[in-house]
Design a binder for this molecule. Structure first.
Ligand SMILES: Cc1cc2nc3c(=O)[nH]c(=O)nc-3n(C[C@H](O)[C@H](O)[C@H](O)COP(=O)(O)OP(=O)(O)OC[C@H]3O[C@@H](n4cnc5c(N)ncnc54)[C@H](O)[C@@H]3O)c2cc1C
Length: 286
């Protein structure tokens, strides 16, 4: 398949890019790495009349790890995350999870902003943004706004982004070195989208009990989400076998996945629980 005809622009400023996006009444689309958008265009699932290529926009490929938190520009690629020593030390859960994204050709082009805007419920970056309490800095014709990742995704391939809006960067809270974490996913082949995955983290109090537990799920819901019931099963508890079993049961009970060609709903629900269990055990062993 080939895409429908489109015009193509390569702006050199964010203001110019936003103006171009706003000029077509929803018929213009940004393109970043093209790894999700080009298949969509080739199958004619979308037919924008203008593609606004972000490649020459300055400063959006920056990774900044500071005491106050981490900033990932929208054009940061999976490969950039993989290579960053600052991120390996400052955001270890992010790095471990991004290692599961696709194959190296795609990893050389696919970007943080593109993945968030595409909003695949099984993709790692949207799930991480939600599990890590990220905020997204967004700009459009009406100006800038910040959106909590937990409120950004509205369904499969759907977000709160307006057609004239661009993601500029993602802000992640600081990550204490003592934090316990685990990431586990299951895909049929290495690099495939996960059938289900879990990102978990928690801090520990003086008695060694979990505090501030976060349990995030990908692939088993219509959007990436946290599971508050599973988090409640962990908070204030020592992570023994009974606590982990209670969190897994709460996770499974909270999920209502769809049947699809890759897996039944029951299989995904069971698998998601198993991913939570493995991620918690990995967090304890780490
Ligand atoms: C074979 C294959 C396997 C893959 N496996 C995985 C996987 O295992 N896990 C995974 O997470 N992903 C996977 N991907 C997707 C890949 O990670 C994509 O790169 C990513 O989802 C989109 O990033 P992109 O930069 O290529 O975005 P693009 O394809 O350029 O754009 C995607 C969407 O985002 C919009 N967009 C892009 N940038 C912005 C921005 N800054 N602001 C607002 N909107 C923007 C575009 O208009 C478009 O709607 C796979 C892709 C392929 C082709």
């Amino acid at each position: 398949m080939k895409p429908a005809a489109f015009e193509y622009a390569v702006p050199t400023t964010v203001a110019e890019a936003v103006a171009l996006l706003a000029s077509r009444n929803g018929e213009a689309k940004p393109i970043s790495g093209g790894q999700s958008l080009m298949p969509v265009l080739n199958f004619r699932l979308a037919a924008p009349t203008l593609l606004v290529d972000l490649r020459h926009l300055p400063d959006l490929d920056r990774i900044v790890v500071e005491a106050g938190g981490t900033r990932l520009g929208a054009k940061v690629r999976w490969r950039d995350i993989e290579k960053s020593r600052e991120l390996a030390a400052g955001q270890p859960l992010l790095c471990a999870a991004i290692a599961h994204v696709a194959h190296y050709q795609i990893r050389n082009r696919g970007t943080v902003g593109g993945s968030l805007a595409h909003a695949d419920p099984a993709a790692e970056m949207p799930g991480l943004a939600v599990a890590l309490d990220a905020r997204l800095r967004i700009i459009g014709a009406k100006g800038e706004r910040m959106v909590e990742a937990g409120e950004f995704f509205t369904g499969p391939l759907s977000t709160v982004l307006e057609p004239d809006e661009l993601i500029l960067e993602v802000l992640l809270p600081a990550w204490p070195a003592s934090r316990r974490w685990g990431f586990e996913e299951f895909a049929r082949r290495r690099g495939d989208f996960a059938l289900a995955g879990a990102a978990v983290w928690f801090d520990t109090d003086a008695a060694g009990c979990a505090q501030n537990a976060h349990v995030g799920i990908i692939g088993a819901s219509d959007r990436p989400r946290r599971l508050p019931a599973a988090e409640m099963a962990l908070n204030g508890k020592a992570l023994d076998a009974a606590t982990i079993a209670a969190a897994v049961a709460a996770a499974r009970a909270a999920l209502d996945p769809m049947n699809d060609i890759h897996a039944s709903a029951d299989y995904r629900r069971a698998l998601a629980g198993t991913m939570v269990e493995r991620a918690l055990k990995a967090a304890l062993a780490r």
